[in-house]
Ligand binder design. Sequence first.
Ligand code: SAM
Length: 386
Amino acid sequence: MAEPSNLRIVPLVDQRARSIPVSSLTADPRTLSAEQASPTDRLGRPLRDLRISVTDRCNFRCSYCMPKEVFDKDYQYLPQTALLSFEEITRLTRQFVAQGVHKLRLTGGEPLLRKNIEVLVAQLAALRTPDGQPLDLTLTTNGSLLAKKAQALKDAGLQRVTVSLDGLDDAIFRSMNDVDFPVAEVLRGIDAAQAAGLGPIKVNMVVKRGTNEQQILPMARHFRGTGIVLRFIEYMDVGATNGWRMDEVMPSAEVIRLLQTEWPLVALEHSSAGETAQRWGYADPAGIHDPQAGEVGVISSVTQAFCGDCNRARLSTEGQLYLCLFAGQGYDLRTLLRNGTDDAGLATAIRQIWQQRSDQYSVLRSALPASTQASTRRVEMSYIGG
Ligand code: SAM
């Protein structure tokens, strides 16, 4: 429940100014090999998934993400001119798609706070892969504005939504979002998304020990058999403001054991390469997955960090390209967009950046003592998106 979080907040290190100018990259001969249509990085990983943050603002103040003590009324959000416009995002995304990206996720901040977001959705929905396929286009939201926006998003071409929801108990939920937002309104948003056909819907619950682990079973009971996939996320040490502590992480293995006290579960295959969640199906009495009952997922970013097939890149609100959630610096693509670089130049830059990527921060970081992990510089989740 509400905790003395002011005791744990560490000062914000503003990562936004720290970016790598793209011109500082050294040429990689592979950049110029036109026959390799889709680049791979130094560990052989292709570029498939692009997460696009469309705003650094949010109307929630979850203590694990945007604690009130830091993100207060004096906090300096990015000025409007710093944000990529919809046209800039679409132009850049087109070049990412030409390099192999086929999955796009809009995030933030709270993406539904960005004015006319459905206009951007429509522009992105019109993009096609080099072999003419539509993209997998999805959006992650806290659900607060979803009841109002679901149909317009669907009409614009959005395929799916993921809704973040950390509990069903109204008091716990209000305390976690820290702006007294009622859970009923998020549930109404999920219903609206389902009615609009924005499925299969995923619901992500961050589990913070001592705060909301008693919500695990009620959440599972609520979403079991609805076609909605509930996923439990380990509370991560992203950013520098949430005062993360290992003893507040509930390992996914423990979540699964708790669920198994009520239902038999069977492990399911990954749905695609680079998939972050381990999938578990509700089983029938014979121990076979019952598709009617559905499935749950766990995302073990802390206890089982795995970078081996990570195919994700992240574009920040102001056009910095991050190659990892735990990266301390991004590559400045906005300057290229605004200095007259043509599309071929943008494509070359993306290719070159990806081909030089060797990041495996999650795996390397998990090998460090917790004290060292907490002091390394890293970007805020609210700036880069989840
Ligand atoms: N506002 C949108 C939302 O709520 O989904 C998108 C942005 S939010 C940063 C994306 C996801 O990151 C949310 O599911 C949020 O719960 C998760 N998140 C933020 N901080 C986290 C942390 N420290 N550990 C694990 N997940 C976190």
